[in-house]
Design a protein around this ligand. Structure first.
Ligand SMILES: Nc1ncnc2c1ncn2[C@@H]1O[C@H](COP(=O)(O)OP(=O)(O)OP(=O)(O)O)[C@@H](O)[C@H]1O
Ligand SMILES: [Mg+2]
Length: 227
């Protein structure tokens, strides 16, 4: 683990509807890539949503990129790119070209068409520049959602099951892309092959962290807990 963690959780807990969803989460995240694994309902999505202030801790403290998610929610959302499981939640424009262009805010207008074409080509979407987003396949929509988030060049990337809709080739493509970013990335995934490629892994069980460290050990602990 590098010397400087970019996120710290200290005694973090959360309740909703009178039920404990997360409890006793104390950890530092500092790896370039972190896999978050565990059973359905174990708290993974709730945990990573705290990284960009989509969910706020009920108790304990959270710091991400030096920011307090309660006080600095707006700035945190601007600096953390979040890829949702459901791409429909984040495709904002009618076509892939327009959606990617919206993310390329700093690019001069005259350069946009070339830059948009470059981004779409990375995701194999160059043939669907102007296809209505509603007509794209599920996997193509997921690729577009990832393309648009990464085009904003976030300082931290969080992706909640980014490969669930993707075929083998595109899963690899997205895995390669996410794992080669300069920014640190946190991946929630049920794809243990992808988790094994990360630098570090965290295992959730019943709203708590039950293992953290080398992905090989953490994946073994997960398999062991699932007889
Ligand atoms: N607002 C809420 N009200 C009540 N229960 C909630 C709320 N938000 C989350 N939960 C519950 O908290 C638990 C953890 O949910 P979470 O979405 O974090 O799980 P997960 O590990 O991401 O699961 P999956 O692998 O299925 O995506 C679940 O039992 C869920 O039903
Ligand atoms: Mg989830």
């Amino acid at each position: 683990m590098p010397a400087e963690p970019w996120a710290r959780f200290d005694g973090v807990g959360l309740e909703a509807d009178g039920r404990t969803i997360l409890s006793g989460i104390t950890l530092a995240l500092g790896a370039r890539s972190t896999a978050v694994i565990g059973a359905n309902g174990s708290g993974k999505s709730t945990f990573v949503r705290m990284l960009n202030a989509l969910r706020v801790a009920g108790e304990g403290s959270v710091r991400v990129l030096g920011l307090d998610p309660v006080r600095d929610a707006k700035e945190l959302r601007r600096r953390v790119g979040f890829v949702f499981t459901n791409p429909e939640a984040q495709i904002l424009m009618p076509t892939p070209a327009e959606d990617v262009a919206l993310s390329l805010r700093g690019v001069p207008r005259a350069d946009l068409p070339v830059k948009v074409a470059e981004v779409l080509a990375v995701y194999g979407l160059e043939g669907h520049r102007d296809t209505p987003a509603s007509a794209l396949s599920g996997g193509q929509r997921q690729l577009l959602a990832i393309a648009s988030v990464l085009a904003t060049e976030p300082e931290l990337v969080v992706a909640d099951e980014p490969t669930t809709l993707l075929d083998l080739r595109n899963s690899r493509r997205v895995g390669d892309l996410l794992l080669s970013l300069d920014a640190p990335v946190v991946l929630v995934t049920h794809d243990l092959e992808l988790a094994a490629r990360c630098e570090e892994a965290v295992l959730f069980e019943g709203g708590a962290v039950s293992a953290m460290g080398d992905p090989r050990d953490v994946i073994a602990a997960y398999r062991g807990a699932c007889p």
